[in-house]
Design a protein. Structure first.
Lengths: 354, 376, 73
């Protein structure tokens, strides 16, 4: 008797209605069609195609790249799901890739779990899966396993995505715990774009703005940085809570003070204007393609030029230094010459009226 | 940005600081005790902390952060009323963002939203009216609050609603007026303030004449000021010159925006739509006569207070709260027993901890609870 | 940045809406409340610039005075 070849070649299912209904979550043919139509056809890779309950990965090939497995997960619930400069799919790939990259890991595989609200259009889902696939391809990672659920209207907001990422580290760099006075703080470009783009896209404030999200996968940039500055002491992607929050985390973890200089902290005029109108502080606006790096002073120049040479780091600036001051405190020398404390944000930033 | 960056110039600031130091050296009083200057407006408090102005000034000058933020001074009872309106079925409650966190006796608007009320943040009352246009089957209520700065915009929105015959729009009016409030502060027996930095945006509406009594009757200098850091520094410098010369006048540093007569179109709209209330309750300051406005009878159908039955209860401020003393410059925020312990920006008890412009919140956020804790 | 703004407060019979095009205005909660007076803005900045210049002059005078003092001694 012949053994059936594996993976079994099969025809991908197709959904012929315009919107998702609860029937697509029932586990039957409708659900298989949805998964095929939206995800499998977009992600299209040998590991995912068999559509089993797990992805199986050759350990030896992974181990050859480093001695440590890096493993992370993140959920994405952004509203609106499509915004200038990206969508929730691109975000879900880049966000998890970045979480691996800031640990010095090379990202390899992602999983993707989707919770879909009934009534969402198939075209929207196809578009989002398409941008996930594109982002994964650009980042050189495979989306190798996944899950799909459909929930009642109102039980989630259009689409929630969870991506889990696996990568390898250890060859090049392991995050060193201590920061020393004199260390330099670098950031790879303009701050606050993502936060401003999302707030603008929500439309609540009826502001038309040209600002686009900076959503990008940073592992290439980080690899270049670590090669040039192997003594790098800390890396954080400045996502929710913005630069101010990650600097506070770094200062806290290392019992040092960080002082940044407002004149060298790069913020786009449009973002400044946006914040001026709404009474927000750009230091607390989210980024999705910005990393804050702390490097020893003797490697700062090498780090700066390596980052500036990378397409995602052209705008890199040295924005501050680690000081022997109040442990855990972040301060800023303002454009005006004064000094202020840049504290952790309490709750959410709310637009001020006065 | 034009008219902004020029007013944030480091070199001009350094020159001003030198002048200020020289002036202070010539004021004999400064050798005995600090000079207390109150900035009335929360916007100034924000600039002062945002740009680190306090640390640039000579130590003989102490800034007292005034009642400024109209959001913070809302009493709990009014917030409870908001929540009651917002939780009515069919209502869309619209508000400026920073009012979301103000605590009521049971919950804030933020908590009411989490509990299911349809509460939406808007940038402008016009946006609230637009929501009413789009949702004719719903009752849309706008939470009108603020000093004279926002009063005209709410009034113009009511007039617009009337012109278009929009019946499902109303205003929960909590607008307050600056002059009676200043009077109440000036009248307090333990007052400890030598001069005032006057509100810029309020003044672009009402002009500078309404402040005359501060100079003529209370003999305190005041300079109406812009909001950029150089504006604030220059105003401090002008105030000090008055003190040194023994003058008490109302001066206008913000002439590029504030005409001496104010804005007559805005004043007309205010006059047309509102009348004074006999008194209005303030968080931390108690009841102040004639300090609030309500819609005139002619606009009763746009008055949420009449449209909906409200609990309208008075809720006393927490007993240990010392906001009044902080406001009048008698104590510094961190000298209040509740500061940073029971009263924090996450769980504000007093008015001054609510929005980032309240002086307690500003100290907590920028001036550094960490520094205080480190010193202790 | 673009947004619709109400201009009822800054127009009048002798200043029609058309005359506002290109003006800088101060906008608060979606309402233009004041036209920025360029002359006054320049005036304010001029005072501040002069302050700095006057200080620099005094400083220069002080320096040359010490120079003279040194030369004399
Ligand atoms: S700490 Fe709280 S209660 Fe005390 S004065 Fe400040 S705001 Fe009022």
């Amino acid at each position: 008797m012949n053994v059936m070849p594996f993976p079994k070649p099969r025809r991908l299912g197709k959904v012929n209605v315009p919107t998702v209904t609860l029937a697509h979550g029932g586990g039957g043919k409708a659900m298989k069609d949805l998964i095929d139509d939206v995800f499998v056809s977009a992600f299209d890779n040998g590991t995912l195609a068999p559509l089993e309950d797990q992805a199986r990965i050759d350990l030896a090939a992974v181990a050859a790249q480093g001695d440590r497995l890096a493993f992370t997960t993140d959920s994405f619930v952004v509203d609106p799901v499509v915004f200038p400069g990206g969508d929730i799919g691109k975000l879900a790939v880049c966000g998890t890739v970045n979480d691996l990259a800031v640990g010095g890991a090379r990202p390899l595989y992602l999983s993707c779990a989707a919770i879909i609200e009934e009534g969402v259009s198939l075209d929207l889902l196809r578009q989002i899966a398409g941008s996930m696939a594109e982002a994964a391809r650009d980042a050189g990672v495979g989306i190798v396993t996944g899950d799909t659920k459909v929930v009642h209207k109102g039980a989630c907001d259009k689409l929630f995505l969870t991506t889990t990422g696996v990568g390898v580290s250890g060859k090049v760099w392991n995050s060193a715990p201590s920061r020393r006075p004199g260390d330099m703080v670098l950031v790879n470009g303009l701050l606050g774009d993502h936060g401003a783009a999302i707030l603008g896209a929500r439309g609540d404030m009826a502001l038309e703005s040209p600002i686009e999200s900076d959503c990008a996968a940073l592992h290439g940039l980080i690899e270049a940085l670590l090669a040039a500055a192997p003594g790098t002491r800390a890396l954080r992607d400045a996502t929710r809570g913005g630069l101010a929050t990650v600097l506070n985390e770094i200062a806290d973890a290392s019992d040092t003070e960080i002082e940044i200089d407002e004149t060298t902290t790069p913020i786009r005029e449009e973002v400044k204007g946006f914040c001026e109108i709404l009474g927000l502080d750009p230091l607390y606006l989210a980024n999705e393609g910005k990393v804050a790096a702390v490097v020893p002073p003797e490697e700062a120049d090498a780090a700066l030029s390596a980052m500036q040479a990378h397409p995602l780091g052209a705008g890199t600036r040295i924005i501050g230094t680690v000081k022997d001051g109040e442990p855990g405190r972040v301060t800023m020398r303002t454009v005006f010459g004064g000094r202020r404390i840049v504290d952790m944000l309490v709750g959410e930033q709310l637009p001020r009226i006065c | 940005m034009k008219y902004i960056d020029e007013f944030r110039d480091r070199e001009k600031a350094a020159a001003l600081i030198k002048e200020i130091e020289a002036l202070v050296a010539e004021i004999p009083m400064a050798k005995e005790r600090p000079i207390h200057i109150m900035e009335v407006c929360g916007g100034h408090t924000h600039s002062i902390f945002r740009y680190g102005i306090e640390g640039m000034l000579p130590k003989e000058i102490e800034l007292v952060h005034g009642p400024g933020c109209p959001v913070c001074v809302l009493p709990m009872g009014r917030v409870d009323d908001c929540v009651a309106i917002a939780e009515r079925p069919g209502v869309i409650f619209t508000t400026f963002g920073d009012a979301m966190r103000v605590p009521g006796s049971k919950k804030s608007l933020m908590q009411a939203k989490a509990d299911g009320a349809d509460i939406r943040m808007v940038y402008s009352p016009m946006d609230a009216l637009e929501i009413a246009r789009k949702n004719p089957e719903r009752e849309v209520v706008f939470f009108g609050l603020g000093f004279e700065t926002t009063m005209p915009s709410t009034a113009l929105t009511v007039l617009q609603a009337e012109r278009e015959g929009i019946a499902n729009f109303s205003v929960f009016c909590n607008h307050i007026t600056i002059v009676p409030t200043l009077k109440a502060i000036l009248e307090s027996p333990d007052l400890n303030i030598d001069a005032f930095i006057g509100p810029g945006h309020v003044s672009m509406v009402i002009g500078t004449a309404p402040y005359e009594f501060i100079a003529s009757f209370y003999k305190k200098p005041m300079v109406v000021s812009g909001f950029e850091p150089l504006d604030v520094l220059q105003s401090i410098w002008m105030v000090l010159k008055q003190i040194k010369d023994g003058r008490a006048e109302i001066e206008n540093q913000y002439a590029r925006v504030v005409p001496d007569a104010g804005n007559s179109a805005a004043q007309d709209a205010v006059e047309k739509v509102y009348e004074l209330r006999d008194f209005f309750e303030w968080r931390g300051l108690g009841s102040i006569d004639h300090s609030g406005v309500k819609l005139r009878a002619a606009y009763a159908r746009y008055d949420a207070e009449l449209k909906f039955a409200l609990p309208n209860l008075q809720v006393a401020d927490p007993a240990a709260c010392q906001c009044g003393a902080v406001l009048k410059g008698v104590i510094k925020p961190w000298q209040c027993a509740l500061f940073g312990t029971a009263c924090t920006p996450e769980t504000p008890l007093g008015a001054l901890m609510v929005s980032s412009e309240g002086s307690c919140a500003a100290y907590y956020q920028y001036g550094g609870i960490k520094a205080q804790a480190g010193a202790a | 940045m673009k947004r619709q703004v109400n201009i009822a407060c800054i127009v009048s019979d002798d200043r029609p809406a058309e005359s506002c095009v290109g003006d800088w205005v101060l906008v608060h909660v979606g309402f233009a409340m004041s036209r920025i007076d360029e002359k006054e803005a320049a005036e304010t900045l001029k005072i501040l610039t002069e302050l700095g210049e006057a200080q620099a002059e005094i400083e220069a005078m002080r320096l040359s005075a010490t120079e003279v003092g040194r030369a004399a001694s």
